[in-house]
Design a protein around this ligand. Structure first.
Ligand code: ADP
Ligand code: ASP
Ligand code: MG
Length: 451
């Protein structure tokens, strides 16, 4: 279809009847939005993750099931065919309860994915009913028939070639001017038909993957803020929306913690050159941010991102002096334990690296004891946890004079544990020792982004 827009709505945008109604209006307000990708209703995935942890006794399981019932019931009471909708939700709640008891016998990432997938399945079903309530034809589509992934449960990797073939075969023929297709973000399935998830916040990524597979013209991410801001507007009140961002800037922001976009969202968009719009489903009239290959301006300082709970590992060994192969050995161990290293800094006899807890569906995995023991066989290992990382995102940062002075001046009154600068022209990272991150973020924002 020409000018196809894939419209994605996050949890708060489908969290209750009023929010769903605003999102409905956004969809019908753009004739190109023919495929709608939605998240679970706000709060639902967190409740399902709790059930999947295998740590809830029967009373807790029943309490969570009641909460889940209530969230969906508050939507159903406004709709037609309530009996049928209630039966549908009850069917899911029954399965969730059984699976939660199973998790208590021994949980695993596959079971977690199965449990959390109910969230998106339920919300999308009710969203279809809401469209019908307002007299718009809509069709529910199980995204697992096209969203093919590998079997790495909890953070599955999409298999893009297969997604394209499946989407052309099963989804494209359904797209027309009369019916809106409503489907789920976040979930997928492997070749065996087993349910997988793309990791927390993965619905943005789902929308971009479908956009790529269906040759969409635009991908719209509708959320609870009117675009991507200069930093998280919930932490810095003076943060302001950014009219346009390059793919690189948006990817840097997302990678360093700007939750508004899942870090992988830009990857499929870049491959097909599809612009991404980010806006508020509640206040679409406020406009938003366009993420494109290029922008009119490329300021030195564009935005700030914050990632909490970083782990710093300092590895030292006197034999490093003049030796070769030490770094290779260290990184081989990180690779073996599947830990992706973020910041790196070296001295004559030591290396410092940071590791993020990650965004897998089953929760942060932390640094494994086994890996630390293996590292300890050839160097001294020191671990510090819970450190905040602030990234300054911009352009030509390592090329222009004065950039680093300005950044250092603004972080002056905070204890900095590690600095990363020079590898990328687009970021400068400070790992702080401790202290008030809100204060640090506000101070940096004031100096660098409020002229
Ligand atoms: P959704 O459920 O719609 O996917 P998310 O909660 O995942 O929404 O992302 C939106 C949230 O991202 C905002 O409420 C805001 O607190 C947070 N956020 C973090 N950094 C930024 C930023 N730079 N610009 C806008 N929002 C941000
Ligand atoms: N519902 C999932 C989550 O809360 C996916 C998403 O919202 O993007 O992580
Ligand atoms: Mg999100």
């Amino acid at each position: 279809m020409e000018n196809l827009d894939i419209a994605k709505f996050g949890g708060t945008s489908v969290g209750n009847f009023e929010a769903m109604t605003s999102s409905y209006k956004v969809v019908v307000g753009n004739k190109n939005s023919r495929v709608v990708v939605i998240s679970a209703c706000a709060g639902v995935t967190n409740l399902l993750v709790e059930l999947a942890s295998g740590k809830c006794d029967e009373a807790k399981i029943n309490q969570i099931i009641d909460k889940l019932r209530d969230i969906h019931e508050q939507i159903i009471i406004h709709l037609e065919n309530q009996h049928e909708l209630r039966n549908y939700i009850e069917g899911h709640l029954k399965d969730i309860k059984e699976q939660a008891f199973k998790a208590n016998e021994g949980t695993n990432d596959q079971l977690t994915d199965t449990i959390v997938s109910h969230g998106e399945l339920m919300s999308s079903y009710l969203f279809v009913a809401l469209f019908k309530h307002y007299g718009t034809d809509a069709q529910w589509f199980d995204v697992r028939t096209v969203m093919r992934t590998d079997s790495k449960f909890s953070c599955a990797k999409p298999v893009c070639d297969e997604i394209k073939v499946l989407a052309h075969d099963k989804l494209l023929p359904l797209i027309n001017d009369k019916t809106i297709i409503i489907t789920q973000g976040f979930i997928g399935s492997n070749t065996l038909g087993e349910t997988t998830t793309l990791g927390r916040g993965g619905s943005d990524y789902s929308a971009a993957l479908l956009g790529e597979a269906l040759d969409a013209s635009t991908i719209s991410i509708w959320t609870d803020v009117a675009g991507v801001f200069t930093t998280d507007p919930r932490i810095v009140k003076t943060a302001r929306p950014i009219a346009e961002l390059t793919y690189i800037e948006a990817a840097e922001m997302a990678n360093f913690g700007a939750k508004v976009l899942h870090p992988s969202t830009m990857v499929p968009a870049v491959r097909k050159n599809i612009p991404i719009f980010v806006g508020s489903s509640k206040e679409p009239e406020k406009g938003g941010t366009w993420v494109r290959p290029e922008t009119k301006t490329q300021p030195n300082f564009r935005a700030l991102a914050l990632r909490k709970n970083q782990t710093l590992i300092v590895l030292s060994s006197p034999v490093m002096v003049g030796a070769t192969g030490f770094l290779a050995n260290v990184f081989a161990v990180f690779a073996k334990y599947n830990h992706s290293v973020d910041l790196v800094s070296t001295s004559e006899i030591s290396i410092a690296v940071t590791i993020d807890g990650g965004t897998t569906t089953s929760g942060a995995h932390g640094v494994s004891e086994a890996m630390l023991n293996e590292l300890a066989q050839f160097c001294h290992v020191k671990v510090e946890t819970d450190l905040p990382l602030i990234a300054i995102i911009g352009n030509r940062m390592s090329e222009n004079a004065g950039v680093i002075t300005k950044a250092f001046d603004s972080i002056n009154s905070f204890s900095v544990r590690m600095i990363c600068y020079g590898a990328s022209k687009h970021n400068l990272c400070f790992l702080l020792k401790d202290g008030d991150t809100t204060e640090a973020l506000n101070a940096l924002h004031k100096q660098l982004l409020e002229d």
